[in-house]
Design a protein around this ligand. Structure first.
Ligand code: NAI
Length: 341
């Protein structure tokens, strides 16, 4: 039986990179049936009244798993982010982003292998912003004991399941004593109560960032609240070749939405040059998730075949422009397809 997966192409480079992923999946004979729904500016352009149409949300609720391209969000005005809405409405509280050095992608460091776990529903992303006076605006940072404990438990369980030996919390509890203080206190408690065998560290986020760019190999799993996780994800992408190569998953108890860390890249949109690898590796994570949650080992085998194919392509110098190569989106997808076995 095929898995029905909601595909949201999104905006900007989204449709181009999702087309490339579909091609690779079809060539590999993936047991997946895509149902396509719109979100973002693409939804408005297709006549929807909202950037997150009810039928798109309904499709994810029904089928449980989605692969999503990036959606644009206007800066400083306009509609609120589709991504934030999706994560909140589906309660996708954990964002997980593995950051790994890739063969054939030359960067300052060779052995980066870390995982970012980001709390996905609270913090300054709560959208609780107010105009107090003509001169004063405020934004509220929200932390709940339930949310902080839940993400800490998720991170330690993930670490234990995936053989990660050290968890480091990045925080600013020296300044935000209540919100980051709560995040930190519950991470410590969960560590002691559930996985004392895993090494536990804390770093004030500014110093942590410096350590990350000096030597990322000293970290294993990073646990962060929402905004820090967002910023540090892009920083870490820069350590392994950029936003074109880092995948992600937004996970809740019953639903999962897989998407690259990158945005809609308006500077590249329509040019056929975006790197589809970040979305393809997000789709690879989706296959592992299907294997883990539905027991379908065909998906695991397929994830391995796809991983081998793009690893070979990169090692043989077949790369998109962001990685110093000369291939366009489609040509890189073709190079991967040629190496599927
Ligand atoms: P961005 O991630 O779209 O682009 C940042 C830089 O990375 C650009 O130079 C871009 O060309 C490059 N880049 C990104 N993806 C690439 C790829 N696949 N291949 C090669 N190069 C790539 O971030 P930016 O410009 O800050 O945001 C653009 C829009 O995307 C905004 O409207 C923002 O709100 C939205 N966004 C959406 C996200 C999502 O849907 N999950 C995540 C981040 C941003």
């Amino acid at each position: 039986m095929d898995h029905t997966i909601v595909l949201i192409p999104g905006d900007g480079i989204g449709p181009e990179v999702s087309r490339a992923v579909r091609r690779v999946f079809e060539a590999a004979g993936a047991p997946v049936r895509w149902v396509e729904y719109q979100a973002g500016v693409a939804a408005l352009e297709a006549g929807a009244k909202d950037v997150l149409p009810a039928e798109t949300l309904g499709a994810i609720l029904e089928h449980g798993v989605a692969l999503k391209g990036p959606c644009s969000t206007p800066v400083g005005e306009g509609f609120s982010s589709v991504n934030v809405q999706l994560r909140k409405r589906l309660n996708l509280f954990a964002a997980v982003r593995p950051v790994r050095s890739l063969a054939g992608v030359k960067t300052r460091f060779e052995n980066v292998d870390l995982v970012i776990v980001r709390e996905n529903t609270e913090g300054l992303y709560s959208g609780a912003e107010n105009q107090v006076t003509d001169d004063v605006v405020i934004s509220m940072k929200v932390a709940t004991g339930t949310g902080c404990r839940r993400i800490a438990q998720w991170a330690f369980n993930y670490a234990a399941r995936h053989g990660r030996r050290k968890v480091t919390v990045f925080h600013k509890a020296n300044i935000m004593k209540l919100t980051d203080g709560l995040f930190l206190r519950l991470a410590r408690e969960v560590h002691e109560e559930t996985h004392p065998e895993i090494e536990y560290q804390e770093a004030i986020i500014d110093a942590g960032c410096m350590k990350l760019v000096q030597d990322p190999t000293q970290f294993d799993l990073l646990l962060l609240e929402n905004l820090y996780g967002d910023v540090v994800s892009d920083l870490c992408a820069g350590l392994v070749g950029g936003l074109g190569v880092v995948p992600g998953a937004n996970l809740g108890v019953e639903r999962a939405v897989f998407e690259a860390v990158h945005g809609s890249a308006p500077d590249l949109a329509g040019k056929g040059v975006a790197n589809p690898l970040a979305l393809l590796t997000s789709a690879e994570m989706m296959l592992e998730h299907l294997a883990d949650t539905r027991g379908d080992e065909r998906c695991r085998t397929l994830a391995q075949r796809i991983r081998h194919a793009y690893t070979r392509a990169l090692a043989e110098g077949r790369r998109t422009r962001d990685l110093g190569g000369d291939l366009g989106t489609e040509a890189f997808a073709e190079a991967i397809i040629e190496r599927l076995n």
